[in-house]
Design a protein around this ligand. Structure first.
Ligand code: AMP
Length: 384
């Protein structure tokens, strides 16, 4: 590509991830076209939007004819749609890698094959199988849909064997369509994620491990680089590289990890840019969004090093007042342009600082001004 070449990138899914991809693509001279089933998809505010269902073959063929490369902001695009598109143009990550990551069973099986331990898991298709699976995992345990679950959706936590009927009532109806998996509940010490990127030429990089806190299964807070990761970072990077090479993966992905007894366990892989990597926009030399665009277009990858320390607050349901963030030193506001709705990711904010003490001061001040002390508490406890 010469400096004058201006590629068009197609993105399947038009949520906030597509929106931030389009914003990162623009300075590279890359224009984005987004496909989504919703006419008000928030990426449509910053990129051209095609409104189409995943099975709308003529609309998707027309979309494919206007773009150079296609990628995803959403991993649950049907594998058939991705494969059909890949017959027309380069699609990254490749549809087979997407298919593996769409299914918690194939994903966890791959983790083990690559040397990454996982929580004990058993596939479940019937009520009887749930009973047998519980004998293997013990309780507490989590019953999850194999497909289409995210952010804690499609999950039921079993605290005792007596919860089995309630779990089946909640998810049994989805067993035939999506399959279920029962996982042992891991009393982890902390949750980390490693964001990784692999280029079309196989070049591979990771960002520093991120520490994450979830509320009701949804990411609430991230800190990067996570403290005390010297012993874990090389292993996480090596595992991510093995996975990426096994899948011939191109683009950014996130590997969500639990730390238990100092060891890494694989929870899930997101075959796309990821919420726990939003801090990279301001906190890293190259953001996950820019590096994803670079990777899928075959451009050189950028430096994934951190500039200092960063904290990301997720705004779920509604946005708080933005002024305290705008006034904060190295504070950054991201409004996704969505309508407020309970449980919906509507924005995030990032605070950066050169050291932990300064970061703790900035986080404490902003959290108090926003009345978000509870959300900030795990971080402030850690940094104090
Ligand atoms: P998931 O959608 O599978 O990433 O689950 C969302 C969140 O639920 C995770 O980030 C964890 O905080 C929690 N979780 C999921 N699976 C387990 C597990 N097997 N043991 C403990 N916590 C879990």
């Amino acid at each position: 590509m010469s400096g004058q070449d201006r590629a068009v990138l197609g993105i399947l899914g038009g949520g906030q991830l597509a929106r931030m991809l389009a914003l990162a693509a623009a300075p590279l001279g890359v224009r984005c076209v987004v496909v989504d089933g919703a006419a008000d998809a928030c990426a449509g505010q910053v990129a051209a939007l095609t409104v189409a269902a995943w099975d709308d073959k003529p609309a998707l063929a027309a979309f494919a004819s206007t773009v150079d490369v296609a990628t995803f902001d959403f991993e649950n695009v049907p594998a058939q749609t991705a494969h059909r598109l890949a017959e027309q143009l380069p699609v990254f990550p490749n549809p087979s890698a997407l298919a593996v990551a769409q299914d918690r069973l194939t994903e966890k099986t791959l983790f083990r094959e690559c040397g990454l331990a996982t929580p004990e898991f058993v596939p479940v298709d019937t009520r009887e199988e749930l009973q047998r699976a519980l004998a293997i995992t013990g309780v507490p345990a989590i019953l999850k849909t194999r497909r289409l679950g995210y952010d804690g959706k499609g999950q039921f936590r079993l605290h005792s064997l007596a919860d089995a009927d309630a779990a089946w009532m909640a998810l049994g109806a989805q067993a035939s369509a999506h399959g279920l998996i029962l996982e042992a509940f891991v009393p982890f010490e902390r949750e980390l994620s490693v964001l990784a990127v692999r280029g079309r030429d196989g070049e591979f990089r990771t960002w520093p491990l991120t520490r994450n806190w979830h509320t009701d299964g949804v990411l609430s807070l991230s800190l990067a680089p996570a403290p005390d990761i010297d012993a874990l970072q090389p292993r996480a990077t090596a595992l991510a590289k093995t996975l990426a090479e096994r899948l011939d993966y191109v683009g950014v992905f996130a590997l969500e990890l639990f730390v238990k007894d100092g060891q890494l366990l694989g929870n899930e892989m997101a075959p796309r840019v990821h919420n726990s990597g939003h801090w990279t926009i301001e906190g890293s030399h190259t953001s996950q969004f820019e590096n994803h665009v670079r990777a899928v277009l075959g451009l050189p990858l950028g430096d994934t090093g951190a500039r200092g320390l960063s904290v990301m607050f997720n705004w779920i349901g509604e946005l708080p007042a933005k002024e305290p963030l705008l006034r904060a030193v190295d504070g950054h506001w991201h409004d996704y342009g969505k309508e407020a709705r309970p449980g919906r990711k509507v924005g995030h904010a990032t605070l950066c600082a050169p050291d932990a003490t300064t970061l703790a001061d900035r986080v404490a001040a902003v959290a108090q001004a926003l009345g978000r002390q509870e959300q900030a508490r795990p971080l402030l406890d850690l940094l104090s």
